[in-house]
Design a protein around this ligand. Structure first.
Ligand SMILES: C[S@@+](CC[C@H](N)C(=O)[O-])C[C@H]1O[C@@H](n2cnc3c(N)ncnc32)[C@H](O)[C@@H]1O
Ligand code: SF4
Length: 452
């Protein structure tokens, strides 16, 4: 490739900002642009129609739409014409990642009785991060907005966690974390939490003794103190959105109203109630059961108290989410609680397998393989929270791993509705028409905005 063309493509900002143009250089660049105009089939009307933000920007100061395309647009993943746009979409290509999950570690400081971490065959590992700045650059290049800095373990047990997460916060990403907050944090760690966008604290009960038995090693006063310190460090009305993640089971369901009321008094108004995924009991520890195993009158009383608590929460401007598989037990108001119809075995956990037939012309309403990545502590990259298969490895080097054949094939299957069993059976996403999904993918590609 002509050296000047390379320079235009590789250093667009420098090119735009160059203060003085010498006549010969300008003429050479014009010639390059003309050549590229033919190669790319640049369609000015399409470009301005598709990217209204560019239309508002170009003019005397910023040059022509074509100038913008070569200086910025191409690098940002903007497309030069409609045919290229359609071809790109149907090839399963993804320009951007809106949200990234990074599991810095899958090890943990606690051993909650219900968690996979407590199972005897569980092996945790730490993500190898040779260069956090490179990771930041790559996420920025893909236009990522939100980074969730946890997976299965507890991020803050790592010695360098604050350096890595600090780099993400400094780079302007909206940083989110779910954590057990069971360690008494140092002031500089609290100051970093105060700069997060959102935090979810895992807390299942306000009964300190029960908490110690469920989340072995956790002390209630330490968790509450950390939460108070983060809010104080952020300042009144500032700082991260803070919510509670509560796993609902036979041992704690009756105490949920107290959890909600007590935390509301401390200014927490967002709660997520998750269903228990039942793993084998750990000998010598408190055994937990799915709520469906409870005696029906007891479950009905627990449900009524739960409904009362969430009514108070809503009356105080609060917000809650109940995992759909828990709804029959916690939200349905009939006289007969769902437990009488369900056996413990049929209701526990989210890992039941069933088959959904997807009719022709239909597909899953899911953009995750385009806009989301889950980077596991092993280095494996997965396209969503449900698929357990590895699609790429972060150590594979500089090539565009998020557009490798495997990723593209998955996206193409979603676009055509020719789903494999994993997507056909996914319970996280509803069904839609292939046409509607294609339109969503097109709209997402168009509205992709580079980070400032
Ligand atoms: C796996 S943890 C990882 C993050 C962190 N260690 C924590 O506890 O918040 C993420 C969430 O999953 C929940 N969780 C763990 N085991 C679960 C299970 N068997 N069923 C449902 N939720 C579970 C935890 O309570 C926590 O809110
Ligand atoms: S703190 Fe989180 S990761 Fe650790 S054992 Fe408990 S639920 Fe599992």
């Amino acid at each position: 490739m002509n050296r000047m063309v390379k320079r235009i493509l590789q250093a667009p900002y420098e090119w735009m900002m160059a203060p003085i143009w010498r006549g010969a250089a300008v003429r050479e660049q014009q010639a390059c642009k003309e050549a590229l105009r033919i190669d790319d089939g640049f369609d000015e009307a399409f470009y301005l129609r598709t990217y209204p933000d560019v239309a508002a920007m170009v003019g005397d100061k910023w040059g022509t739409p074509l100038d913008h395309y070569f200086a910025f647009g191409r690098d940002e993943g903007r497309l030069p014409n409609e045919a290229t746009q359609l071809e790109t979409i149907h090839s399963g290509y993804s320009h951007s990642t809106t949200e990234a999950f990074i599991e810095f570690t899958s090890r943990c400081n606690l051993r909650c009785v219900y968690c996979a971490v407590s199972q005897p065959d569980y092996v945790g590992t730490d993500l190898e991060i040779p260069d956090i700045d490179e990771l930041v650059r790559e996420l920025r290049r893909r236009g990522t907005r939100r980074v969730c800095v946890n997976g299965h373990g507890e991020t803050t047990i790592l010695k360098e966690w604050d350096t890595w997460v600090g780099a993400l916060v400094d780079a302007g990403f909206e940083v989110h974390m779910i954590g057990n907050f069971a360690r008494a944090y140092k002031d500089h760690e609290i100051a970093l939490f105060a700069r997060y966008d959102s935090i979810q604290v895992s807390l299942d009960t306000m009964d300190a003794e029960l908490l110690g038995q469920l989340r072995r090693g956790a002390r209630l006063h330490v968790i509450l103190d950390n939460m108070d310190r983060i809010r104080a460090a952020a300042g009144e009305g500032q700082g991260p959105r803070m919510s509670i993640s509560c796993v609902v089971m036979d041992r704690n369901v009756e105490g949920i109203p107290d959890l909600v009321d007590s935390l509301m008094q401390r200014g927490i108004r967002e709660f997520r109630f998750c269903d228990l995924v039942k793993y084998p009991d750990i000998p010598g520890t408190l055994a937990v059961r799915h709520v469906s195993s409870m005696e029906s009158a007891r479950l009905r009383r627990a449900r009524d108290a739960f409904l009362g608590a969430i009514a108070r929460l809503e009356a105080n401007g609060g917000w809650f989410w109940v995992e759909p598989s828990l709804e029959p037990f916690l939200l349905d108001e009939g006289d007969e609680p769902a437990s009488s119809a369900a056996t413990a075995d049929s209701a526990v956990g989210a890992k039941e397998s069933f088959h959904s037939a997807i009719p022709p012309g239909m597909t899953r309403d899911c953009l995750d393989p385009w806009s989301f990545i889950y980077l596991h502590a092993t280095g494996a990259i997965r396209p969503c929270c449900m698929l357990e298969e590895t699609y790429a490895d972060v150590r594979q080097g500089p090539e565009d791993v998020l557009n490798n054949e495997k990723f593209r094939a998955l996206r193409k299957r979603l676009l055509t509705g020719e789903l494999d069993d994993a997507c056909a059976n996914c319970r996280a996403r509803p069904v839609t028409t292939t046409g509607q999904l294609q339109e969503k993918v097109r709209a997402a590609a168009v509205t992709r905005r580079p980070r400032p």
